[in-house]
Design a protein around this ligand. Sequence first.
Ligand SMILES: Nc1ncnc2c1ncn2[C@@H]1O[C@H](COP(=O)(O)OP(=O)(O)OP(=O)(O)O)[C@@H](O)[C@H]1O
Ligand SMILES: [Mg+2]
Length: 269
Amino acid sequence: MSVELGAPFVLVTGGKGGVGKTTVAANLGVDLAREGRRVLLVDLDLGLANLDLTLGLRPAHRVEDALAGDVPLEECVITGPGGVHLLPAASGSEELSSLGSERRSRLIELLRGLAPRYDVVVGDSAAGVGADVLAFAALADRVVLVTTPDLAALTDAYGLIKALDQHGVRHGIDIPTPEVLVNHASGVEEGRAVARKLRSICERFLARSPRQAGWLPRSASVERSQSEGAPFVLRTRRALENVCMAQISGRLHGLAGVSGTPVTAGKNF
Ligand SMILES: Nc1ncnc2c1ncn2[C@@H]1O[C@H](COP(=O)(O)OP(=O)(O)OP(=O)(O)O)[C@@H](O)[C@H]1O
Ligand SMILES: [Mg+2]
């Protein structure tokens, strides 16, 4: 349970752009929601947000409207596939691409008013080691770090784990060691091998031992699901990517227990 948010909080992040963070966050959120959990997906890739498109939604209001004081935050929440709730953000906003500590605190304060109504909050973060990513990770109960087997992605994944480690030391906070999700893997073996490689580097240089959150195959169906705005977890359950996703979300069941009060989304759905 994130003390600052008042609900269990999972941040999906990754060092490199385009590794599948949004795909994972969206399908994880929908998978947990369709099992009966009350899930709030929050687009924390502020400035280049696209969770709404990934879920096939067209929100009337976005988080920046609430930050500007134009609408209450709950008015920005929209119901999506599987019953997941989404708090969308804007795309193409330079102003929001880096919040700065004042606006970040305001956003966290607003989220604190909303989060306790949910069993779990899942955040989709921007790539990189920017101040916003580090600050959101510092609030998280679990950090899921998405990488691909690609050397550049792995190097950036290590860079992010290192930056989180240093951020924690600098601010005297205990940031959870990220769990590694290997996307675009050719199979379970490659998933394990990539996670093992990253773990051994982290153990050697950071004295941290990141566990594996799971893996996802490279698949045309996963790619299509994003462009069509239809989460793949709502398709055939037997498809490999669905089995993989079920394993990934299964690891979060303990965190996202069912409790709390009923939730109503904003009017714009
Ligand atoms: N397992 C997969 N198989 C095939 N295509 C995939 C897979 N995972 C993601 N993709 C595709 O890769 C592209 C990037 O995915 P996504 O937007 O989820 O990445 P991201 O890490 O959120 O990117 P950004 O850093 O820009 O936010 C999308 O076109 C998506 O459909
Ligand atoms: Mg993304």
